[in-house]
Design a protein. Structure first.
Length: 92
């Protein structure tokens, strides 16, 4: 990886983290959009969903399970691959 690729990766990751953090700040009960997969699969009461292992935001149970398995394998899904980061790009 050259410097430009590394720099672009850091910039994309920072923008994705900002998008996820902004979503987490407004996530409330009744929101059904999973910020990780984009499916309308988050249950009405947030505390009954999975809390992400990487950022303080609730994700659907399916994504919570996927995060646990990926963590065991050492193959985490980068934040820039999360639906909220792809659907709502943030200007850095």
């Amino acid at each position: 990886m050259n410097y430009k690729e590394f720099s672009d990766n850091v910039t994309a990751t920072a923008a994705a983290k900002k998008a996820v953090d902004e979503f987490a700040a407004i996530q409330t009960d009744g929101v059904h959009f999973c910020p990780r997969c984009g499916r309308m699969s988050v249950k009405d009461r947030l505390c009954t969903n999975a809390l992400s292992r990487h950022v303080h935001v609730y994700v659907c149970d399916r994504c919570g399970t996927d995060e646990a398995i990926r963590e065991l394998c050492g193959n985490d899904l980068p934040l820039r691959e999360w639906a909220v980061a792809k659907l709502h790009p943030v200007n850095t």
